[in-house]
Design a protein around this ligand. Structure first.
Ligand SMILES: Cc1cc2nc3c(=O)[nH]c(=O)nc-3n(C[C@H](O)[C@H](O)[C@H](O)COP(=O)(O)OP(=O)(O)OC[C@H]3O[C@@H](n4cnc5c(N)ncnc54)[C@H](O)[C@@H]3O)c2cc1C
Length: 521
C-alpha cells in the first residue's frame, strides 16, 4: 500500500482532509483500495435486511457500504494505525458499514435496531483521535455524527451556547466569533475534530491555562445511551446531587452513549491579545517561573515551555538563545488593563528566575502554525512519529522528564525525543512529547515504538503522574488503565455492563472488556 492509499478519504471526511495539510499529497483512488485490501474484507457482513432497515431510518444515501468508504473510516489518527496502513495492513478491521444520522431521533432508532439485531456501533466524530478510539476491532458499524452540526441556541445573558455534537470545531468557533464570542477551547486539531469528540476525549485547547479543559467549559449535555435511553444533564453552573453524571459522559470515548448536544460556557472575544517570548538559562528556571506565575493567580491564556531540543528548533537564528537556550512563549488576552498587568507581573516572575524578554518571532511563528499538523508528512516519508502527553506535578516533572528522556534515547541512537510543557496548573503541567524513529524495517520500528511508550507511561506512573492529559485512552492506552485507575477501573466496567450488557457500544476501548474474537492493536 502506498501513500496515495494512506491518504484516501471519502467525501464526508473532506473537511478533515482540507485541514490535515494533505492538500499537496496525491489521493488514493478506488483502484488503490481495491488493490490493497485482502479478499476476505471486501464484502460487508451485514444482512440485506439490516441494510434496508438502516436505510429506512436515515435514507439510503446515508448508509455507506462501498469498500472505499469502509476503508476511509477504518482508521483515525493513531500513529500505529498509520504505520500499519503504509505497510499495506489495516490498523485493525474494516467497519461493516457507516451510517450517518441527521438527528437524535434517527440516532435513537439506529441504537434500538442495533440492540435488537446485536450489532456493535462506534460513535465517530471526525476521526482525529490519536489513540484508536474509533478503530473497528470487530467489523462494527461506524455512526458518523457530522450531520448533527448546528448551533441550537446562544444565550447572551447566561453566556452559554448549545451546539450539536457533530459540528466541526473550526466552524463552531468561527460562528461564535461572528457573534463576538469564543468557547475558549482551541485545540491544534480544531478544524479536523468535532465538538462532541472534544468532550468524548476530555480534550484540552491551547488556551486551557486560562479557560480550562473541556470538562471545565462544558456545563450540560444530551446523549443517547447505549441502552437506547435519552440522557439529559441540564446546564446549570454547579449542582450538589451526587457524583457528576455529566462527567460520566465526558471522557467516555463512546463506550456509554452518544453525546448529541452540548452546552458550553462562552466568553466575549478578548479586547486585546499579545504575545511574549522569554529565554531562560535552564529548564528548571522555566519550570520555576511558570509555577510561580500560576501560583500567583495570574492566568496567561497560553504558556509553553520547550526543552533544549525543541527550543533550539525554534530559535536557531536568535542570538539571545545562545546563552539562555530555553524558549518560553506566552500569550495574554482579555481586558487591556488586566492583560497588560498580567504580562508585566508574569515577566517579573520570569526575570526572578533569570528569564530574559526576547525576540517575539517564535510567538508569531507559533500563532501562524498553531492549527497545522505535519505528522502526515513524517508518516509519508517513512518516519515513525508519535506524540505522548502526560500530566506531572511540579515536584515530579524534572526527574520524570530526565528519566523518560534517558530511557527513550537508550532505545535507538537516532531516535528523536523532544518535549514541551503547556496546559499549566497550580499543581503541575502537561508534558507533551514528540517521538520519532528514522525509516527502518517495520518490525524493528514497531517494537521500539512500543518500548518507548512502555518507558514513558511506566516512568510517568512511577512519578505519580497521569498517563494521559488530553488525548484520551482509545485502545492504544488500554494497557495502562488498570494502573492509572486501580479499582476505579472496576467501577467503569460495572457501569459499562449495566448500561451495555451485550457490549455493543465501542467495545474494547477505554480499558474495558473487548468483544469476543475482536482484534487488538
Ligand atoms: C494533529 C492533531 C492535533 C491534535 N491536537 C489536540 C489538542 O490540541 N487537544 C486535544 O485535546 N486533542 C488533540 N488532538 C486529538 C483529537 O483531535 C481530539 O481527541 C479530538 O477531541 C477528537 O475529536 P474527533 O471529533 O475527531 O473524535 P473522533 O476521533 O472521531 O473520536 C474520538 C473518540 O470519541 C468518541 N466520540 C466521538 N464523537 C462522539 C460523540 N458525539 N459521542 C460519544 N462519543 C464520541 C469516539 O467513539 C472515539 O472513542 C489532536 C489530534 C491531531 C491529529
Amino acid at each position: 500500500m502506498n501513500k496515495r492509499l494512506l491518504n484516501y478519504v471519502n467525501e464526508s471526511l473532506e473537511e478533515e482532509r482540507k485541514n490535515m495539510a494533505l492538500d499537496e499529497l496525491p489521493f488514493g483512488t478506488a483502484q488503490d483500495i481495491a488493490d490493497g485490501i485482502p479478499d476476505d474484507w471486501r464484502v460487508t457482513d451485514l444482512s440485506d435486511n439490516t441494510l434496508v432497515a438502516l436505510a429506512d431510518i436515515v435514507g439510503e444515501a446515508q448508509v455507506l457500504t462501498s469498500l472505499e468508504d469502509r476503508y476511509a473510516y477504518c482508521r483515525d489518527r493513531l500513529p500505529y494505525g498509520l504505520f500499519r496502513l503504509r505497510a499495506g495492513k489495516l490498523p485493525a478491521t474494516l467497519p461493516a458499514a457507516i451510517v450517518r444520522p441527521a438527528d437524535a431521533a434517527e440516532l435513537t432508532a439506529i441504537v434500538k435496531l442495533a440492540l435488537r439485531e446485536n450489532i456493535a456501533l462506534i460513535p465517530f466524530g471526525a476521526g482525529s483521535g490519536v489513540l484508536g478510539g474509533t478503530l473497528p476491532l470487530n467489523c462494527e458499524v461506524i455512526v458518523d455524527m457530522k450531520r448533527m452540526d448546528r448551533i441550537l441556541a446562544l444565550n447572551e445573558v447566561d453566556r452559554t451556547v448549545t451546539v450539536q455534537a457533530g459540528m466541526n470545531g473550526g466552524a463552531f468557533e468561527e460562528a461564535l466569533r461572528q457573534r463576538g464570542y469564543t468557547s475558549g477551547h482551541l485545540p491544534q486539531s480544531i478544524h479536523m475534530s468535532t465538538v462532541g469528540g472534544w468532550a468524548a476525549c476530555r480534550g484540552a485547547g491551547q488556551a486551557s491555562s486560562r479557560y480550562g479543559k473541556i470538562e471545565d467549559i462544558l456545563i450540560g449535555l444530551k446523549a443517547v445511551l447505549a441502552n437506547g435511553q435519552p440522557l439529559e444533564v441540564r446546564p446549570v453552573a454547579r449542582r450538589a446531587v451526587g457524583p457528576s453524571i455529566k462527567d460520566m459522559l465526558v471522557g467516555s470515548e463512546g463506550v456509554f452513549g452518544f453525546i448529541t448536544e452540548m452546552t458550553l460556557r462562552i466568553w466575549r472575544l478578548p479586547e486585546v491579545e499579545f504575545g511574549m517570548v522569554v529565554a531562560f538559562p535552564s529548564l528548571q528556571a522555566g519550570f520555576d517561573a511558570m509555577r510561580d506565575i500560576v501560583q500567583s493567580e495570574l492566568r496567561p491564556a497560553v504558556m509553553r515551555l520547550y526543552d533544549a531540543l525543541e527550543s533550539q528548533q525554534r530559535t536557531a537564528d536568535i542570538p539571545e538563545f545562545r546563552q539562555t537556550p530555553i524558549l518560553c512563549i506566552m500569550k495574554f488576552s482579555g481586558v487591556r488593563e488586566l492583560a497588560e498587568l498580567e504580562r508585566r507581573l508574569s515577566l517579573q516572575h520570569c526575570e526572578t528566575h533569570g528569564g530574559r524578554l526576547t525576540d517575539p518571532a517564535p510567538y508569531h511563528e507559533w500563532e501562524e502554525t498553531r492549527y497545522k499538523s505535519y505528522s502526515i508528512k513524517w508518516q509519508t516519508e517513512g518516519y515513525y512519529m508519535d506524540t505522548i502527553e502526560v500530566t506531572g506535578s511540579w515536584s515530579g516533572i524534572p526527574a520524570m522528564y530526565a528519566e523518560m528522556s534517558e530511557a527513550v534515547h537508550a532505545l535507538h541512537p537516532e531516535i528523536h525525543f523532544g518535549a514541551h510543557w503547556s496546559h499549566i496548573y497550580a499543581e503541575g503541567a502537561c508534558q507533551y512529547m514528540t517521538l520519532r524513529l528514522p525509516p527502518m524495517d517495520d518490525a524493528t520500528a514497531l517494537a521500539l515504538h512500543r518500548q518507548a511508550w512502555d518507558a514513558v507511561e511506566s516512568i510517568c506512573l512511577r512519578h505519580g503522574g497521569s498517563v494521559a492529559h488530553h488525548h484520551g485512552a482509545g485502545v492504544f492506552r488500554n494497557k495502562w488503565l488498570r494502573q492509572e485507575l486501580n479499582t476505579g477501573m472496576d467501577l467503569l466496567q460495572v457501569l459499562k455492563d449495566g448500561i451495555d450488557p451485550d457490549n455493543l457500544l465501542n467495545p474494547g476501548k477505554l480499558g474495558l472488556r473487548p468483544a469476543a474474537g475482536a482484534d487488538t492493536v
